[in-house]
Design a binder for this molecule. Structure first.
Ligand code: HAM
Length: 408
């Protein structure tokens, strides 16, 4: 350690220079969520560890390798949330939201924590929109959520994305499929690698997430869940697709899209923009999750969308930072108290105003005024003031007229 501190590995600061893009993404998303009837919820950054082990799955990468888990001073095992769905479902139950008209549409904007090797677009702390519709298995809500996210990306100017779509069945049909897949994996064991065998051991469906191109090619002839869906799941998936067609949302079927968390049932999806080649959002149904948490059977669906990745896919196409309206530069003999009073009056009236706090010369203050982007600079003297605006003549003012003129 050199004695200098840096943000922990895999985490990042969002500086004021970065924030306007974040603000733009968040404001666009919140306006859209509201239009679709989603309301904001906030849950703690910490939860009981078991909330995640029970829902994401003991065999998932998140639970096996990535959780920030610690014991607190009263020996409780707590975990920094690695994902947003289980906490939101926990809150849904805790606050009796089953009593409300269903579905309950909720969204959170929250930081998530996953201990994995950091790389571009993959962080140990990242921010997500977590958008959830709980309490209905109507396939039209699947289509609505997917269309909502497609619409968010397009309103941000991202339109090079592919929507990958799949159905992974439910507890009625998945066990038969897993059996068929396991048989195939037994017969083709020599074509697998250690990664695939390990994935298979924890959850056979996850073999499709293997990294090796060679194993992926071999898996191309493995049985697919789509061929084994029960009638109810097949009909549900057909309805989701026909509603997406009705919305005009294009998608590609991807029969290997199984997602990395155990709670998924039926519809699964991911949005991948070509520019970054990483998922900017993904989700699916989790019809058994609330029951796993001790609630009565309650279907749900949602998605998570990584804000850093959305920002990455925006590239340089960003809105300019907000400029200051007024900057006060103080000349020799100017009374500071007077200027502080004007600052308060202007700020109270909604005008963004600032002054020098670094003891700069008048020349330095004028440079600072230029850097701040202020539309108006007021040069304050002992007896009067001068109002300076780009492209206009300097305007002399009495002290008494400064605030009135600026508010006009
Ligand atoms: P997830 O696919 O694990 O799903 O994460 C959702 C999104 O968060 C990803 O598509 C990606 O954009 C972003 N993301 C995930 N991990 C990282 C990371 N390490 N660094 C940067 N961005 C990341 C879930 O978390 C589910 N809770 C989504 C969901 C909601 N399913 C149903 N409802």
């Amino acid at each position: 350690m050199s004695g200098k501190f840096e943000a922990p590995r895999g985490t990042q600061d969002v500086t004021p220079a970065d924030w306007p893009v974040w603000a733009h993404v968040i404001a666009t998303a919140e306006a859209l969520f509201a239009r679709y009837g989603y309301r904001r919820i906030q849950t703690p950054v910490l939860e009981d560890t078991e909330l995640f082990t029970r829902t994401a799955g003991e065999g998932s990468d998140v639970v096996q390798k990535e959780m920030y888990t610690f014991t607190d001073r009263s020996d409780r095992s707590l975990t920094l949330r690695p994902e947003g769905t289980a906490p939101i479902c926990r809150a849904y139950l805790q606050h009796g939201m089953q009593q409300q008209p269903q579905p309950v549409k909720l969204y959170a904007i929250a930081s998530m924590y996953r201990y994995a090797a950091p790389q571009r677009g993959r962080y140990r702390e990242h921010w997500q929109f977590s958008v959830e519709a709980i309490g209905t298995d109507d396939p039209a809500i699947d289509a609505e959520l997917i269309q909502l996210y497609d619409s968010l990306l397009r309103s941000l100017g991202i339109d090079d994305h592919t929507l990958f779509l799949n159905s992974i069945g439910d507890p009625n049909c998945r066990p038969q499929y897993v059996e068929a897949l396991s048989r195939w994996l037994d017969e083709h064991d020599e074509q697998l690698d250690d990664d695939a065998r390990e994935k298979r051991r924890t959850s056979p469906l996850r073999v499709f997430d293997v990294k090796s191109e060679r194993v992926r090619e071999a898996l191309a002839s493995a049985p697919r869940i789509g061929e084994s869906l029960c009638d109810a799941c097949r009909e549900h998936f057909a309805a989701v697709r026909s509603y997406l067609d009705a919305y005009g949302v294009p998608y590609e079927l991807d029969s290997t899209l199984v997602r990395g968390l155990d709670y998924y049932t039926r519809t699964t999806f991911e949005f991948v923009p070509a520019s970054i080649g990483l998922a900017v959002g993904g989700g699916g149904r989790y019809d058994g999750l609330i029951e796993q948490l001790g609630g009565r059977p309650t279907p749900g669906i949602g998605f998570g969308a990584g804000i850093e990745r959305i920002v990455l896919s925006l590239g340089d196409d960003v809105p300019p930072p907000p400029a200051l309206d007024v900057f006060f530069a103080l000349d020799e003999g100017a009374q500071r108290e007077l200027v502080l009073g004007w600052l308060k009056a202007l700020r109270d009236a909604g005008v963004a105003a600032d002054t020098d706090y670094a003891g700069r010369s008048l020349k330095g203050q004028l440079t600072q005024a230029g850097r701040s982007g202020a539309h108006t600079t007021v040069i304050v003297g002992a007896e009067g003031a001068t109002l300076r605006r780009q492209g206009a003549e300097d305007q002399p003012l009495s002290h008494a007229d400064v605030v009135g003129t600026l508010l006009r």
